[in-house]
Design a binder for this molecule. Structure first.
Ligand SMILES: *[C@@H]1O[C@H](CO)[C@@H](O)[C@H](O)[C@H]1NC(C)=O
Ligand SMILES: *[C@@H]1O[C@H](CO)[C@@H](O)[C@H](O)[C@H]1NC(C)=O
Ligand SMILES: *[C@@H]1O[C@H](CO)[C@@H](O)[C@H](O)[C@H]1NC(C)=O
Ligand SMILES: *[C@@H]1O[C@H](CO)[C@@H](O)[C@H](O)[C@H]1NC(C)=O
Ligand SMILES: *[C@@H]1O[C@H](CO)[C@@H](O)[C@H](O)[C@H]1NC(C)=O
Length: 864
């Protein structure tokens, strides 16, 4: 009996975007056979196969092969699947580099960094390091020396002086390989070579966060050795899971201490082959850190693969407290101010090397925002720098207003700290932005009746400043994907600075970039693990992946919720932040530990009445513990009256569960452990139909000092009652072969029709069966309550993620049915048919008919 995970299509069937499957490509997990033997067997059975990758790294993790089926038919797959050595056959899926959000690649930064004065201080004052406690570990001498980290990404530009300048043994980037070649897009065949140099950018940024040694900043673990496993080509579109599996297996075989990947895609199930390989690699003792995903906008229940793999450490992002900014310097003067230097960020055009008089329109004691036009004389504005405040209307509207008065140069004064590259599309005008402080100084001078002039120099130095971000600095980045998974597992585990991060970038793209994403938070955690492993190695201690996962998660700091614009008074849900912001110093130095990273209570139907954990006192004296409950906000998954998940921010409630902790005070001798039992009563008075997700932390203090926090979470409804099919937007739909919806059976279909469906929540199994309406005697296959002629080829589809807003899965039928999964398909005769669609509910049992949602199509006449 084979575990079959077909998600395939035949003939006219086509994949939906959300499924992201590579047509015709499969991964077979095989036993007792080498890949060549498998290919030979296929060929001698008349099946045309093209070898993609051998997934047999002499490890005991996974033995298999990926291949392209030239003739991708149900028959061929059934034949392969029937061989005794085939453990499973699954389609190749595509994953994206967790795309950086709001990326800013600045060619000028290299120049800026080279001109920036060095502080000369030995202490690490790099803001993200101070934020996560890494500065204190650097002060204590930890650098990650002797630890080997595999970076599975777009490769690394090892030519970058801050990343070592060379590739190979003895260098910072000492090993690795290119599994795909520069031209790889995910859709074409990988062409491996030995050189993992980065031509896309993402991997070099990630590598710098772990290990850069630059004179202005360093990575988290500046002396670790890196391995570059390149899985994206230069277009960096996507990587297929056979490539990812191969990269992880190679890294494991190369004996690395940790594998990190800032890669993912919507999943929410732990059964995808890549997730399974990650799970097995972790079980073999190699920890894996994986980005939690950048789909925060999609709301709850949108966990990403393979961050959802059992045992992986899933990482969320926190915004840098200080946003790095690249400013060009200029000077201004007035009667009382002489040659004052200020910085601006260019938006469009160039101010060149010119001197202008400032024109500062003032309204109600403030610099005017220009939204109702600029007051002034057009004849004179042409030679002036017009100063306008940000806010109320768009940048373009302000600039247009100035241009309408003849202006050719405009400076926008920011209304929040720092500057940004304003998006201006108006042509023939030069625009920049200054910080509010500069605008305030100008306003004061103008109000005092002084005339200001400013001088630009086209060769002026560029400099980096770190501007405090009081809007959302220090809070969870709103792009972080929320948990839980469809199996009620919490992701992310822990979060780290990942929003507005300066790091290295390929020299061909300028050498440095400021990027945002869980992609940037993940290497931070990888670096922290590097420091931990170095400490353990120094102490002669071996470390399990579980110790790392538990330690990182339970030493974190829960953060208050921020909707992107302001802090709330309550803590952000565990579903968004897991353990909260990493505290690297506490992680390495805690004298206390627990044996679980999360207390997941499940939904109300599969509710764990109690969960327990063990506290261990690793200190040298008796410790007196006090355990209390710290609640995070409860979040509604869906909008009121809707079955669809709410986009960010979901409705949050200060409605808390009641938590009982037994015992809540205890004292433990050094080297000893004691067990604690936790029970929760989910919050009451909630609208269960909206799928409330509650959570908080069991906070542990030792001798009065706050030491550990274990996140707990649960779902305050029975998930089996939640609708998984997107009925709200009219799915499923019966379609004719032109993809037009069929509502009547009065016209006969010459070509087989199809079906489009969408999921409001993930579903482990979606199946479509065909019922012969006109010849009921041919319905010889019973599917729960239905007598059918057989199932739609390519179905059932397994481990389906929620369909993103606006998408659907459309599959056209090919007029054939499969009697039993894995059997060859059979052509059906002309007649009247209908389709029966079923989707398994979350927590539903595969073999229980009523655990599926059922829909039947109108009947249709099919006369080929
Ligand atoms: C908002 O909350 C974060 C996280 O707790 C904190 O770091 C930051 O300083 C707060 N910001 C403000 C303006 O209070
Ligand atoms: C029907 O939809 C599928 C999936 O979106 C697409 O591949 C196919 O080309 C469409 N067919 C027509 C005739 O539009
Ligand atoms: C058309 O559909 C109706 C309702 O489903 C059914 O009663 C009728 O038999 C169908 N007509 C044909 C020609 O199959
Ligand atoms: C399904 O998605 C396709 C591709 O995005 C789109 O063209 C089509 O209109 C959708 N079908 C339905 C029934 O919404
Ligand atoms: C919750 O219950 C479902 C159904 O029994 C199970 O599949 C899942 O693994 C459980 N999750 C947790 C975190 O206990």
């Amino acid at each position: 009996m084979h575990l079959q995970t077909f998600l395939t299509f035949v003939g006219l069937l086509s994949p939906a975007l959300a499924q992201r499957i590579l047509p015709g490509a499969y991964i077979a997990e095989i036993k007792n056979t080498n890949p060549n033997g498998f290919l030979d067997k296929a060929r001698s059975n008349g099946i045309k196969v093209r070898h993609r990758m051998s997934l047999d790294q002499e490890t005991n993790i996974f033995n298999g092969i990926s291949f392209d089926l030239e003739d991708d038919t149900v028959e061929n797959r059934a034949k392969i699947n029937s061989w005794g050595e085939v453990i499973s056959l699954s389609p190749v899926r595509l994953y994206d580099a967790a795309a950086p959000v709001a990326s800013r690649v600045t060619r000028d930064v290299a120049r800026a960094i080279s001109k920036r004065a060095q502080s000369g201080a030995v202490t690490d004052v790099y803001p993200p390091h101070v934020q996560g406690g890494v500065d204190k570990l650097h002060a204590a001498g930890f650098t990650g020396k002797g630890i080997r980290i595999a970076v599975v990404d777009t490769g690394i530009d090892y030519n970058h002086p801050s990343l070592g300048g060379k590739f190979g043994p003895g260098n910072k980037v000492a090993f690795g390989t290119d599994l795909v070649g520069d031209a790889y897009t995910g859709a074409n065949a990988p062409v491996p070579d030995n050189d993992p140099v980065d031509c896309a950018g993402h991997g070099s940024h990630v590598a710098g966060i772990i290990a850069a040694v630059d004179k202005d900043f360093t990575g988290v673990a500046p002396e670790v050795t890196l391995g570059a496993y390149k899985v994206f080509g230069c277009p960096a579109q996507s990587a297929s899971n056979d490539v990812l599996i191969s990269a992880f297996l190679q890294a494991q075989a190369d004996g690395v201490d940790l594998i990190t990947a800032s890669i993912g895609g919507a999943s929410g199930w732990t059964e995808d082959p890549w997730a399974l390989v990650v799970q097995r690699i972790v079980e073999s003792g190699v920890p894996c850190t994986i980005a939690a995903g950048n789909d925060g906008a999609e709301g709850l229940f949108y966990a990403s693969g393979a961050a959802d793999a059992i045992g992986a450490i899933a990482v969320g992002s926190v915004n840098n407290l200080n946003s790095p900014e690249v400013l060009t310097s200029a000077k201004y003067s007035s009667a009382s101010a002489k040659d004052k230097t200020y910085g601006f960020t260019g938006a469009t055009g160039s101010f060149g090397s010119e001197t202008y008089e400032l024109y500062v329109p003032v309204a109600n004691g403030q610099i005017s925002d220009g939204c109702s036009g600029i007051t002034g004389d057009a004849a004179t504005l042409a030679n002036k720098l017009v100063v306008i405040k940000r806010g109320t209307c768009t940048f373009d509207a302000k600039v247009q207003a100035a241009v309408a008065k003849g202006a050719k140069n405009v400076m926008i004064v920011n209304n929040v700290p720092g500057t940004i590259e304003a998006s201006v599309t108006v042509k023939g005008v030069n625009v920049g932005m200054v910080e509010p402080e500069t605008g305030d100084a100008w306003l004061k001078l103008v109000t005092a009746g002084e005339t200001i002039s400013t001088t630009f120099d086209k060769d002026a130095p560029v400099f980096i400043t770190a501007v405090a971000n009081p809007i959302n600095g220090g809070s969870m980045s709103i792009f972080t994907s929320w948990g839980p998974t469809n199996e009620m597992l919490q992701r992310p585990h822990i979060s780290a600075p990942g929003g507005n991060i300066l790091s290295t970038y390929p020299l061909i793209f300028g050498g440095y970039a400021v990027l945002s994403g869980t992609s940037m938070a993940t290497p931070y955690i990888a670096g922290v693990v590097g420091l931990y492993l170095q400490k353990a190695k120094n102490e002669g201690r071996t470390v399990t992946p579980a110790e790392l996962r538990v330690g990182l998660t339970t030493t974190g700091k829960p953060l208050v919720f921020n909707d992107g614009t302001k802090n709330s008074t309550f803590l952000a849900p565990v579903a968004q932040q897991g353990g909260g912001l990493v505290d690297a110093y506490r992680f390495l130095n805690s004298q206390h530990s627990v044996d679980t990273e999360l207390l997941e209570f499940n939904d109300t139907q599969n509710f764990h009445a109690s969960l327990d954990f063990k506290i261990t006192n690793n200190g040298k004296s008796v410790a007196n513990y006090k355990l209390t409950d710290l609640s995070g906000a409860t979040a509604y998954t869906t909008a009121e009256g809707s079955i669809l998940a709410q986009a960010f921010p979901p409705t949050l409630l200060e409605s808390y569960s009641v938590v009982s902790i037994e015992p809540s005070t205890l004292s433990i001798k050094p080297g000893q452990s004691k067990r604690v039992v936790v029970r929760v009563t989910p919050p009451t008075g909630l609208d269960a139909a909206r799928i409330p997700v509650y959570g908080g932390w069991v906070s542990i203090a030792a001798d009065g000092a706050d030491v550990l926090k274990i996140p707990y979470m649960g779902v305050a409804t029975a998930m089996k009652h939640a609708t998984v099919t997107n009925l709200e937007e009219g799915f499923p739909v019966l379609l004719n072969y032109k993809n037009q919806s069929i509502t009547t059976n009065s016209t006969s279909q010459k070509y087989p029709p199809g079906i489009a469906w969408g999921l409001a929540l993930g579903s482990a199994i979606v199946r479509v069966d065909v019922v012969a309406v006109s010849k009921p005697e041919t319905n010889d296959v019973t599917i729960f309550t239905d007598s059918t002629i057989g199932s739609f080829p390519g179905y059932p589809m397994y481990w389906n993620p929620r369909t993103p807003a606006g998408e659907n899965t459309t599959t056209l039928w090919n007029g054939r049915v499969v009697k039993k999964e894995g059997d060859p398909s059979i052509r059906v005769p002309a007649g009247t048919y209908k389709f029966v669609y079923r989707a398994l509910k979350i927590t539903g049992r595969k073999q229980t008919g009523r655990d599926y949602e059922r829909w039947e199509s109108p009947s249709f006449q099919y006369s080929p």
